[in-house]
Design a protein around this ligand. Structure first.
Ligand code: MCA
Ligand code: AMP
Length: 494
């Protein structure tokens, strides 16, 4: 167990070490490490030292990391020891001298950690802790989180202290955190959901955290008896429901289950209510904005909706011409509020494109309000697949597939999947006489892309369907391959 006093002391030492490296307020500290208590402390230490925290998904591969480090130009990179072989050359090529490793955890009593010269924790623990924190203003940057884009190029969302603090305070109040709350934390630490929504609210509460290094349904169900609040992506809920032993008794101590990052299916919402007696509270947000809407804690939690705009956040649904849609009318979801990002890192033009003339952020989600103000998301105007809560932008994968020998062109789509909600699939049109193989394409992509982006299936075809304007008809492909991962289709293939 790590106590609040240890946290205070160790984050003070980590912050002192950051300062000793000459990292100044506004400089970036990039981090790609396994989930651990030390990783949480490194995040908090960056905030204490007034520097910008830049977390990176542990699934990212060499070429992805080279891009992020090149783009964000951090002063420090803390990474997993297992990646040292490819990290060192990248850092050398960028003249990034301050590279440190962070093993899974040394606070874990069972962990055997060798003391290494480049180990972050070993070095930082030698520094006398700073007192308090370096003062930063509301509009100063706290974090940069990269989010993929429809052009295939990732953009760094610049989040300010105000963005983080306003959203944490709002959620803390809206979800009724109180003395004695214990959060079961199973989410990854490098995205908004695990880092801000889950961690910031419980830290603000001064509450306890039961900390799992990854989501495992059996372990999570067992830990529910020690917790009062749980947050997860829909896949966590479907996996818990797939455990025959999961029932109301497992949830006796719980007061709140929150779901988000991807649509929660109506059947999951209903089955959860029937099996446990708890109604999952679904909320909606984005990397760029933190949380935008939430079903209410005390009033009706309506399945199939993402609830009401959170206090202080102005959410509207706009028609194509920019006028405001009526309740029941589908349109583009836009918002304004203290939670909206300061802009994309070094991309002022891209930032401008994502806002309306009157300053509303365009989410790229399509939805409608009910008469009584509940928002439903009915689609996306952006070409995006959400797989197990991770966003995958088809363009990034199509650009890579199109470079492979024998490929004419490709279309990457999301198909319904019983575990991940949507799964990535690719339809590849081969050049005449080319011999392409699904397995070979998948293994080539695995060398270059994070694992969750790899298509679960690749279909090789003679040509892609096009409309009269010459545009590839992804809707036709989604229909054609729609039951690829359906349990029945999968069973027939065995
Ligand atoms: C792992 N795999 C996946 C995914 N995760 N494939 C598709 N989609 C995924 N999400 C693949 C791996 O490549 C591997 O394939 C195999 O599944 C097993 O990998 P493993 O790591 O063991 O999987 P797991 O531990 O079971 O992970 C699945 C997971 C995880 C628990 C659902 O993906 C997860 O924790 N997702 C949560 C993501 C999240 O935090 N999103 C919030 C984003 P192979 O065997 O072929 O190598 S923040 C956000 O969206 C906004 C702001 C919001 O509103 O919250
Ligand atoms: P990200 O870019 O990873 O921050 O993902 C943000 C996107 O996730 C949003 O624009 C939505 O498309 C989607 N999203 C988040 N929460 C929900 C939800 N509860 N229901 C449906 N989609 C969601």
């Amino acid at each position: 167990m790590t106590t609040a006093a240890e946290f205070d002391e160790l984050t003070g030492r980590y912050a002192a070490f950051i300062q000793s490296l000459g990292v100044e307020p506004g400089d970036r500290v990039a981090v790609q490490v396994e989930k651990s208590v030390e990783a949480v402390m490194l995040y908090l230490a960056c905030l204490r030292a007034g520097v910008v925290y830049l977390p990176l998904n542990t699934a990212y591969r060499e070429s992805e990391i080279a891009y992020f480090l090149g783009d964000a130009a951090p002063k420090v990179f803390v990474h997993s020891p297992k990646d040292v072989e490819w990290v060192v050359p990248i850092c050398e090529s960028l003249s990034l001298a301050n590279c440190f490793t962070m093993p899974p955890s040394r606070l874990d009593a069972n962990a055997k950690v060798e003391e290494k010269r480049a180990d972050w924790d070993t070095n930082a623990r030698k520094c006398p802790p700073i007192n308090g924190f370096v003062h930063r203003g509301d509009d100063d940057l706290a974090c940069i989180l990269y989010t993929s884009g429809t052009t295939g190029r990732s953009k760094g969302a610049m989040l300010t202290h105000k963005n983080l603090s306003s959203n944490a305070l709002t959620l803390h109040r809206a979800w009724g955190f109180t003395d004695g709350d214990v959060l079961l934390h199973c989410l990854p630490l490098f995205h908004v959901h695990g880092l801000f929504v889950a961690l910031n609210t419980i830290l603000l509460n001064g509450g306890r955290i039961v900390f799992h290094s990854r989501f495992d349904a059996v372990a999570a169900i067992d830990a529910l008896k020690k917790a009062t609040v749980f947050m997860g992506v829909p896949t966590y809920y479907t996996r818990m429901l797939a455990e025959p032993s999961f029932n109301a008794q497992c949830c006796e101590h719980m007061r709140l289950f929150v779901s988000g990052s991807a649509p929660l299916l109506a059947e999951t919402f209903e089955e959860f209510r029937q099996r446990t007696g708890h109604t999952i509270l679904e909320r909606y947000g984005m990397t760029e904005t933190g949380m935008i809407t939430s079903n209410p804690l005390h009033a009706e939690r309506r399945g199939g909706t993402v609830g009401l705009p959170l206090p202080g956040i102005d959410v509207r649904v706009a028609r194509d011409d920019g006028s405001i849609a009526m309740p029941g009318e589908i349109g583009h979801i836009q918002l304004k509020g203290p939670n909206v990002l300061a802009g994309y890192w070094q991309l002022p033009e891209k930032t401008a494109e994502e806002f309306t003339e009157d300053g509303y952020f365009k989410t790229g989600d399509v939805g409608m309000f009910s008469d009584d103000g509940y928002l439903s998301i009915v689609g996306r105007s952006k070409d995006l697949v959400i797989s197990g809560g991770y966003n995958v932008y088809p363009k990034e994968i199509e650009l890579l597939i199109d470079t492979l020998d024998g490929v004419g062109e490709s279309a990457v789509i999301g198909l319904p999947h019983p575990d991940f909600g949507e799964a990535v699939a690719a339809v590849v049109a081969k050049k005449a006489d080319a011999a392409l193989e699904e397995a070979a394409i998948i293994s080539t992509l695995k060398e270059q892309l994070a694992n969750f982006k790899i298509p679960k299936r690749v279909f090789i075809v003679a040509e892609l369907p096009r409309n009269t304007m010459g545009k590839v008809q992804k809707n036709v492909l989604r229909q054609q391959y729609g039951d690829t991962f359906a349990p029945k289709a999968a069973a027939e293939k065995v």
